[in-house]
Design a protein around this ligand. Structure first.
Ligand code: MG
Length: 251
């Protein structure tokens, strides 16, 4: 099943995608159980928003071998986690605004985990039980600031630097998904989640060993090789098998 948040007649609603229609839910899709209403819309008549408004966004760095190589960085032995500001999130169809246009600012297509249950000290064996589903993210990264700061918060937290969406898919296997990114129609990233260094289960165990996650929190799981700079006017589309395509532009 695929879920999302959308705007219809100026109101924010949660819905469940059913073919070319969306069924409005009572409350949010993170409620258990999600309760469908009898209000149904055509997909093209609604504006999709970022599918969640997380309180915490955690990201994992250098989680694909080929990407670590292209960055000339050693592979982390444990999931290398950092926080980014939830205020950086935008939804599908919105625009990334390059805050420091003279810097090198890269796209990174990533599988994003949406947490469904309060989670602290979860084992790898239990990890997928606290997942609600998966969405697509683009981890926009200012390389100049990353190099200058020696850490990632500032480089990755400017407004609009975390596009996510369009949907949260619940029935996908996070170990077996193609992940692609095109820039102006040209394929730049063409990876597969089976090439992750640390699995989603291991990442969730590592993150929740430190902090308590709440429903709606998001973990970005790292990017495959092929990252490159964004330019004003770019049209960027990240696609993950079974989830959908997250399309954004660059200003
Ligand atoms: Mg990243």
């Amino acid at each position: 099943m695929k879920y999302g948040r959308f705007l219809y007649n100026g109101e924010i609603k949660h819905g469940m995608v059913d073919g070319d229609r969306v069924i409005e839910l009572l409350g949010t899709y993170l409620d258990e159980p999600a309760v469908p209403t009898d209000r149904v819309y055509r997909l093209e008549d609604v504006k999709w928003l970022a599918p969640v408004e997380p309180k915490q966004v955690i990201a994992i760095g250098l989680n694909y071998v080929d990407h670590a190589k292209e960055q000339n960085k050693p592979l982390p032995k444990e999931p290398m986690m950092f926080m980014v500001s939830p205020s950086a999130i935008i939804g599908p169809g919105e625009s990334i605004r390059l805050a420091k246009p003279t810097h090198r600012i890269d796209y990174e297509a990533e599988l994003a985990v949406v947490i469904g249950k309060k989670a602290h000290r979860v084992t790898e064996a239990e990890a997928l039980d606290v997942v609600f589903g998966y969405t697509v993210a683009i981890d926009v990264s200012d390389r100049d600031l990353q190099a200058r700061d020696g850490q990632y918060t500032r480089a990755k937290s400017y407004p609009t630097y975390k596009p996510i969406g369009p949907f949260v898919a619940t029935d996908v296997n996070p170990r077996n998904l193609s992940i692609k990114l095109t820039q102006n129609g040209v394929t730049k990233q063409d990876g597969h989640t089976s090439d992750m260094v640390h699995s989603v289960e291991k990442i969730i165990a590592a993150v929740t060993e430190v902090m308590t996650l709440e429903p709606g929190d998001v973990i970005l799981t790292g990017t495959p090789a092929g990252v490159g700079p964004l330019h004003p006017g770019d049209d960027v589309a990240a696609t993950i098998e079974g989830i959908g395509t997250l399309q954004v532009t660059v200003l």
